[in-house]
Structures are given as C-alpha cells and as structure tokens.
Design a protein around this ligand. Structure first.
Ligand code: URA
Length: 433
C-alpha cells in the first residue's frame, strides 16, 4: 500500500477502506509517513469529507494508536461528559458530584487549559493541596468509594490525534467536522467510560459559531460513539455569553460550590442539571429524564450533591476548609470595577473577549510554559438582557496588578448594548440522541 494512492483516492472523493485508514494512522504515529503526506490527506478530507463509516474507523484507529484506560474494576455503569469548551464553563465540578450523589460512578480524565481560562485540572488546583496526579489504583479506588474522581490525563491516550492535531493547527485543516469529531471522540473513547454526554457549545464564544455547524458536529460525534459501542448523546448549549457569573480558576470553584449548595444561578444550574440528568439516565439509574432531573434538583437542595463534592475534595487531598469557607480560596490583591459608559440593555457579551481578559490577568496560559494565577479572574455583574445605567458596574476584575489596562480594554470590547429591551438567549438549543 502506498500513501500517495490513499491521498489520491481521497482527493478524488472516494471512500477509504479500513486497511487504508489504519495504514495511514499507524504509519503516521510511528513516523513512517511524513508530515507533508499527512497534511495532504488532511486537506483532501477537509474538501471531500468522510462518510460516517470512515469517520468511525478513523476514530477507532486513533484510539488504537495508544493506550486505553481500563475501568473494568469500577463497579457500575461509568459515564463521562465532555464540553467542546466555553468561557466560565465550570459544569464538571457540579455535574460530577451531582451524578455521584445518584450513585453513578464518574471517572474523569481531564487536561490543563491553553488560552482563555485554565482547564479543569488547573481550576481544581486552586483548592490548596488538591492532588490530580493519582495512580491508576488510587483513581479507581476513589471512584469505587466516592463515585467520583478526576485525574490528570496520563499515559499515552490517542497519540495519533496529538500528532495530527498539532499538524492540522499549522496547515489550516482544523475546521473539518469529521476531523474534529474524530479527534475529540478518540480521546473520550480511550478514557474508558461506558456512556458519554457531550456538551457542544454554540455561539460567539464557541469553537462552532453557528447552530448549523454545532449540530453537524454533535451528530457526527454521537454517530461515532454509538457506532463504536458507547451510548452517546449531545446537548447543544449556548455560548453567546460566559456561563454563570464567574470566570477564572478559584472564582469558578467558588461559583460551582454555590450551585452545589442550592444557589439559583439560572444558566449554570439548568445546564448542569440537564447534563447530569442525561448521564444518570444513560447509566440506568433512572427510567426517565424527568424523574432524574427532579431527584438531582433535590440533591442540590438537600446537601447530598455538596457532600459528594466535599468527599471528592477530601479524597484527593484538598483542604476542605477552603470549600466550606470559599473566602479562604486564593484571593487577588486588586479588585477593579469596569463601568458602563451608557444607558441601555446588554445585547451581547463576547465570551472570547472575556476569556482573553481573564488570560491577560493571568488566569490562563498564552503558552504551555506559562504559570496560572489561581486567584485572578472576572466576576460579571451584568448579563445579556440586563438593563444598565451609565456608571453601573459591568464586571469586577480580580487582578494581581493595579494596572490591568489590557483586560479592561477587552471587557469593554466584549460588552454591546441596545437601547431596546433584549431577550435572554436560549440556553439549550437541542439534544441529539
Ligand atoms: N478539539 C479537539 O480536541 N480536536 C479538534 O480537532 C478540535 C478541537
């Protein structure tokens, strides 16, 4: 078999066989196929696409290129969730304990963030002492005991994707639905859960800006999961503004803890309940979605979900005092208010600009080597639809420096106003099963 023939075949719009896809992925992972041929194939896929059978094979070949986490020692049906990424997305810290509070095991591998704010692991590390470097045994034992554990991504999961993603990034071949779907799903499938709930974000702050593209991606990922034997559903949720009111690391832990203690922050609470309810239904803990949602809602009110979170923090070495009293989480030195310069209604809050403002404060990384400052972040005071008067505080920046001009500028760019009343955006656009 020759790589040039595979490129030629795809360039002309034909379907690749299983043997051809494995030949490419194995050869590229081992270094036998050079970057220029891999780039040419990626570009051909961008133009010609892939049918669902090919996308599933590509994904499976990427899973098979490395290690798969064996979760068989965990009792029960393991469910995982994945978000395509958004600003202020602290849903994992709410959904994990919620699902655990219903007795369903959640064994989650997470990564660090690049850009915007930190990743799941960075945010958890704002809890003093919290340890994400667990051995496989500790990880599995914690899930068996407490139904929830989150560990840093270890081992060699989907190395083909790692190499290909880096290549796509510099060859203008990221934006292809089958390639994105395969890339995300290969990592999820290698993480070993039995079922997966995907939170596909849509809107100005999302990877996919239009509902149409988000829906295509969601459908493709659901099809891959189901073809490869994992029950998978996708929720398409709005990212036309940050989720909740807090953006940063300690800030987001603080807001998640508030929701787990019953706070009624509408978008964050509703989305978390929706994702958690679907996860528990997929795991078979409830026969229907409505029953699951109601029970989980009660678990937010009766303290069960918060207790699951506390146990999870203690089990991973976190200082529980900073959760019981969130004012003990890292605190920034300066608090800078950014005020409205006109009267009106908030019509848009560009989440990417808010993410960039948080990154300039030090809440995220511009390069892999950058250090995260867990204390800094942003509190939004106004969201879409809110009425504002000139001089009202739009956001408060929690900063390490008195001079945070870059971040102030980004916040000002993020907010748009209308003279007329504005409706709140729809939160959950669709559920794809
Ligand atoms: N995220 C991924 O993991 N892969 C892609 O291709 C795009 C976004």
């Amino acid at each position: 078999m020759r790589m040039v023939d595979i490129i030629h075949k795809k360039r002309n719009g034909s379907e690749l066989t299983k043997e051809e896809i494995y030949f490419f992925i194995d050869g590229y992972t081992k270094g036998d196929i050079p970057d220029y041929q891999a780039s040419a194939l990626m570009m051909a896929i961008c133009f010609q696409g892939m049918v669902p059978r090919e996308t599933a094979l590509l994904t499976k070949a990427m899973v098979d290129s490395g290690e798969t986490i064996d979760l068989s020692r965990i009792k029960g049906h393991k469910v995982d969730k994945h978000s395509t990424g958004g600003v202020g997305d602290k849903v994992t810290f709410i959904v994990g304990p919620l699902v655990a509070s219903a007795g369903v095991p959640v064994a989650k591998m997470s990564g660090r963030g690049l850009g915007h704010t930190g990743g799941t692991i960075d945010k958890l590390e704002s809890i003093e002492g919290f340890n994400i470097e667990l051995t496989k045994e500790q990880f599995i034992d914690n899930v068996n005991k407490y139904k929830l554990s989150v560990a840093g991504q270890t081992g060699n999961l989907a190395p083909a994707d790692k190499k290909l993603y880096a290549l796509r990034d510099v060859t203008a071949t990221v934006e292809s639905i089958p390639l994105i779907a395969g890339s995300i799903m290969s990592k999820k499938l290698a993480s070993g859960a039995d079922s997966i709930v995907l939170d596909v974000k849509t809107g100005s702050g999302a990877f996919m800006k239009t509902l149409e593209d988000s829906e295509s991606l969601a459908k493709e990922m659901v099809a891959i999961g189901n073809r490869l034997g994992k029950k998978t559903i996708a929720i398409i949720s709005d990212m036309n503004q940050p989720l909740g009111f807090e953006v940063g690391n300690a800030n987001e832990i603080k807001e998640a803890a508030a929701i787990l203690q019953g706070a009624k922050i509408h978008d964050l609470r509703t989305l978390s309940l929706e994702i958690a309810a679907h996860m528990t239904v997929l795991a078979g803990a409830f026969s229907d979605y409505k029953k699951a949602y109601e029970t989980l809602e009660q678990n937010l009110e009766n303290g069960k979900a918060f207790e699951s979170f506390r146990q999870f923090v203690i089990a991973q070495g976190g200082n529980i005092e900073v959760i019981d009293d969130v004012d003990k989480l890292p605190q920034a030195a300066y608090h800078i208010d950014v005020k409205a310069e006109m009267d009106g209604y908030v019509s848009e809050i560009d989440a990417e600009s808010i993410g960039a403002a948080a990154m300039y404060l030090g809440a995220g990384r511009a390069t892999k080597e950058d250090h995260i400052n867990h204390a800094v972040g942003i509190t939004l005071n106004k969201k879409i639809g809110d009425q504002v008067k000139k001089g009202d505080v739009l956001v408060t920046l929690h900063a390490a420096r008195e001079n945070s001009e870059n971040s102030i500028q980004k916040v000002k760019e993020a907010y748009h106003f209308s003279r007329n009343q504005v409706k709140q955006p729809v939160l959950i656009h669709k559920v794809i099963k």
